[in-house]
Design a protein around this ligand. Structure first.
Ligand SMILES: Nc1nc2c(c(=O)[nH]1)N[C@H]1C(S)=C(S)[C@@H](COP(=O)(O)OP(=O)(O)OC[C@H]3O[C@@H](n4cnc5c(N)ncnc54)[C@H](O)[C@@H]3O)O[C@H]1N2
Ligand code: MOO
Length: 418
């Protein structure tokens, strides 16, 4: 039975050795959120494209020093404003934040450092500058934020909100990214019904795994195709797997991988589809029966355990890193941080455990506090509610059956902390 890090390494090694993924495509920048940049992207224009005022105030000639100025025009953002002659000594323009600096001006004085001396018909005529201005004061020079031709996004960058804003601000409306895998998701089990089932048939339960997994994937920028529920019937399973494999890069299934007499998946994968099973058991709780297989044409197949918590945990630990490696993310694994236990925690005597925790700030201490989400039964999805990480706990031994209060543990982050 493989340990979790060895299983993770095996998956990523396979993806990199067999060259799974890594194909490039051009996408409209409005659709590019969640993609990984495949080619360095350069700015088409300077930002700002002209010298601009940082303050609402007056554009002046610094050498004129403090004292009186005649107001000869105005400049507002996005419009030419009034007056267009180059600024002369003793004159100034009224200017707004973001407006172009008029020709001849070399400094901006914020309105708070001036006083109005004379106005006529609602127009300013003369002002007094209270403090001698410095050259360049409150001017955002052309290209200071981004230089035309400079690299704004590099290969490997994840496109999120600021990256989209960068593309927008320099007019790059198409970007080359790594293609996302086509992912097909299915549940297996005779007992499963759709969540909409009003009254459950005897012995049946509602399918929650597809909802959880498709949501984890989409939260991480990977849409998937929902292929519904497949019954525990070898012919149906084979037909479903074959038709899915014909048009996807990755299959994620849940259920049917343990030791039951209806757990047909592994057998079908090997005997009927000629797939290779790289591992079929992992030394972890939950998630022991997690199975990773590949076809001859290098499609990835993740058969996750049916138990809802096991499916969720293994999706985070194995599927997401694989999908991120497929799109050449520089960071396929989420961060692991140290957190403090607020109370004693009993260790599982059989397997290393990925214990669901809710990380919370401790205003007095130097670490986050990892509160257990309660009973850790593999079926109990309530133990995943408000969980933002998994505490990685070693198997308990006679010598060390539990961790003491205040112990520091490694926590695998599954969500950003707000
Ligand atoms: N003899 C053994 N039995 C089991 C072992 C073992 O080592 N030896 N391992 C156990 C562990 S650990 C797990 S985890 C489960 C996983 O089994 P399967 O992957 O074959 O999953 P199923 O048997 O189909 O389902 C398990 C459980 O989860 C419920 N389920 C399944 N699919 C869904 C779904 N889409 N939504 C909600 N709930 C689902 C299902 O009804 C079962 O209760 O095997 C143990 N057995
Ligand atoms: O491995 Mo199972 O996921 O413990 O219930």
């Amino acid at each position: 039975m493989l340990e979790v890090p060895a299983a993770q390494k095996l998956i990523l090694d396979y993806i990199s050795k067999q060259g799974c993924g890594g194909q490039k495509q051009s996408v409209a920048y409005r659709e590019a959120g969640g993609y990984i940049v495949a080619e360095d992207t350069v700015a088409k224009d300077d930002l700002p494209p002209f010298d601009a005022s940082i303050k609402d105030g007056y554009a002046v000639i610094a050498a004129d020093g403090a004292g009186k100025r005649h107001v000869v025009g105005e400049r507002s953002a996005g419009s030419p404003g009034k007056g267009c002659s180059p600024l002369k000594a003793g004159h100034c323009y009224r200017i707004n934040t973001g407006a172009p600096i008029p020709q001849g001006a070399d400094s901006v004085v914020q309105v708070e450092d001036t006083e109005l001396l004379k106005g006529e018909k609602g127009e300013e005529v003369e002002i007094n500058i209270l403090k001698a201005p410095k050259i360049g004061q409150d001017i955002r020079v052309k290209g200071i934020d981004i230089r035309k031709g400079s690299t704004i996004l590099s290969e490997g960058n994840l496109i999120g909100p600021p990256e989209l804003g960068l593309l927008a601000s320099v007019g790059v409306t198409n970007v080359t990214v790594y293609k996302k895998p086509v992912i097909h998701l299915l549940s297996t089990g005779n007992e499963l019904e759709e969540p909409e089932a009003h009254v459950l048939k005897p012995g049946c339960i509602r399918d929650s795994n597809r909802s959880v997994i498709s949501s984890i994937l989409s939260e991480n920028g990977f849409p998937c195709v929902d292929r519904g529920i497949c019954r525990d019937d070898p012919d149906l399973l084979l037909a479903s797997l074959s038709s899915n494999l014909a048009c996807c890069d990755v299959i994620i299934s849940t259920g049917s991988v343990s030791m039951g007499d209806k757990d047909y998946l592994k057998e079908i994968l090997v005997a009927d589809l000629g797939a290779t099973i790289h591992f079929g058991r992992v030394n972890m709780k939950p998630g022991k029966p997690t199975t990773f297989a590949t076809t001859k044409d290098h499609k990835l197949i993740f058969c996750l355990p049916g138990n809802p918590v096991s499916a969720m945990v293994t999706c985070h630990l194995f599927v997401l890193p694989a999908l991120k490696a497929f799109v050449r993310s520089a960071h396929p694994f989420p961060s692991v941080i140290k957190a403090r236990l607020p109370s004693t925690m009993t260790l599982d005597p059989e397997r290393p455990e990925y214990h669901r925790v809710s990380l919370q700030q401790d205003l007095t201490g130097d670490h986050l506090i990892a509160y257990s989400t309660g009973h850790q039964l593999s079926s109990k999805l309530l133990s995943c509610k408000a969980c933002n990480g998994f505490a990685i706990l070693l198997k308990g031994t006679d010598k060390k059956p539990k961790l003491e209060k205040d112990s520091l543990v490694d926590v695998f982050l599954t969500k950003y902390l707000y």
